[in-house]
Design a protein around this ligand. Structure first.
Ligand code: AMP
Ligand code: GLY
Length: 425
């Protein structure tokens, strides 16, 4: 099999690494890839927002299977375009990806299908927003309808700041382009859990749960990022909770999408808040998470390609995933300045000795090759990932490997997994 992976981050490096381990795969191509992915796949250029560019590449390469990593290609309909040309592809159609690409659609869908989520209102104008907001009590959450790479969610401590936020979103001042719809949401409290499932359009199989750390600073402080680290253990969810989430959230989502004529095939990522009332959906993503995937795939013992094939063929109910017990953790090394502006092209040292730490895989998020060197090429640079018999061991290994790595201004959080470790004490 020849597998084409679309994307260029740590998630795609982990996907390429897992795909390469499949006994059925002879060649992995990644577009556009990065400096680390180039060690496991042939990297070729592509424009991930341009369907024609991706279609041309797929037609030239003729992969047996294409896996779509990020949301952008899904949002422009790459899955529909490849399917129309008879190419096999893993990911949701443009319509099914609306669960992620339109927060208004997702909220209304959840309401129709009685899936637990925060109370909300969808507003199409500032006047409507002003009217709706009177029934919400601060703190409240204001969200842009469309994709905004984490920048479209504003937590507001008063109605006035919420109004300012809505004004900024409708006018375009906040995100650079004007939003047609803005969502107001009740603020939920609790711990967040990333609950990812595979779906074949009818059946749902959960992956192991993970917990992300979205803020840049230790103790969960400072601005939101794409994710600064993640861990995965089975004990993130108490006994019986996986079944509850499947029965009340994941399965009704997949059933609802099928009933509404938009069958969902791909990864359904339910971003959950574990509230006092039980789990509620904060958001859906319609793809593998980053950096969740790095930690999750390190625990996958069975063949990833077999599982994705079962999704495409609608026989996920006959497929079983096998996981290693214990734990995994991924710690992100970022560039100084991230999530604001940062420098690129800085030489990274110590990757070789980091890889020698037992149980460790270093996945590259934003790197490039310059002659025979690896240099920084993004805000998030590396995801140092490790497995262990316990969470403590996985974290110790990841941090030991991180200690070998250096580049100018390298930053990482030293407290990944802190909530779980505190609970164990
Ligand atoms: P999203 O882009 O929807 O994942 O939101 C980004 C982050 O904002 C989430 O991971 C949460 O930490 C936070 N968030 C979103 N919605 C809410 C909510 N209703 N209550 C509390 N926090 C929220
Ligand atoms: N880790 C959060 C995301 O992938 O959206």
């Amino acid at each position: 099999m020849k597998v084409l992976i679309l994307g260029s981050g740590g998630r795609e490096h982990a996907l390429a690494w897992a795909v390469k381990r499949s006994r059925r795969v002879t060649e992995v191509v990644c577009a556009p890839g990065n400096g680390g992915i180039a060690q496991v796949a042939r990297c070729v250029p592509v424009d991930l927002k341009d369907v024609d560019s991706m279609v041309r590449l797929a037609e030239a390469e003729q992969p047996t299977l294409t896996i779509v990593g990020p949301e952008l290609p899904l949002s422009v309909g790459i899955v529909d375009a490849l399917q129309q040309r008879g190419l096999r592809v893993f990911g949701p159609t443009r319509e099914a990806a609306m669960l992620e690409t339109s927060k208004a659609f997702a909220k209304q869908f959840m309401k129709r299908n009685k899936i637990p989520t925060a109370n909300y209102a969808v507003c199409s104008s500032l006047a409507e927003f002003e009217k709706e907001i009177s029934v919400f009590h601060p703190p409240l959450v204001v969200k842009a309808d469309g994709l905004a790479a984490g920048k479209g969610v504003l937590i507001c401590t008063s109605r006035n700041t919420a109004l300012e936020a809505a004004h900024g979103l409708f006018s375009g001042a906040l995100l650079g382009s004007a939003e047609a719809q803005v969502v107001i949401e009740e603020f939920l409290e609790g711990e967040e859990v990333s609950f990812l499932c595979l779906s074949d359009g009818t059946h749902v199989t959960p992956l192991v749960p993970a917990q992300d750390h979205k803020r840049i600073g230790e103790g969960d402080t400072g601005p939101n990022t794409g994710g600064m680290g993640v861990y995965s253990t089975d004990s993130i969810l108490e006994p019986g909770m996986t079944e509850w989430i499947l029965h009340h959230i994941a399965e009704p989502t997949v059933r609802g999408m099928a009933e509404e004529g938009m069958p969902f095939v791909g990864v359904l990522y339910c971003g959950l808040m574990m509230t006092a009332r039980g789990p509620e959906v904060l958001e859906y993503n319609t793809r593998f998470g980053d950096p969740e995937t790095q930690a999750i795939l390190l625990r996958l013992e069975s063949d990833l390609v077999d599982a994705l094939d079962a999704c495409i063929d609608g026989r996920l109910d006959q497929h079983e995933l096998r996981w290693s017990p214990g734990a995994s953790a991924c710690v992100i090394a970022s560039s100084s300045g991230y999530p604001g502006s940062y420098k690129s092209g800085l030489h990274i040292t110590g990757l070789g000795s980091a890889a020698l730490v037992p149980g460790v895989q270093v996945f590259h998020s934003g790197t490039a090759r310059l002659d025979d060197r690896v240099v920084t090429a993004g805000g998030r640079v590396l995801g140092v990932t490790a497995t262990g018999e316990s969470l403590q061991q996985a974290l110790d290994r990841a941090y030991q490997a991180m200690g070998e790595i250096n580049f100018d201004g390298m930053y990482y959080r030293r407290d990944i997994g802190h909530r779980a470790l505190a609970k164990q004490k």
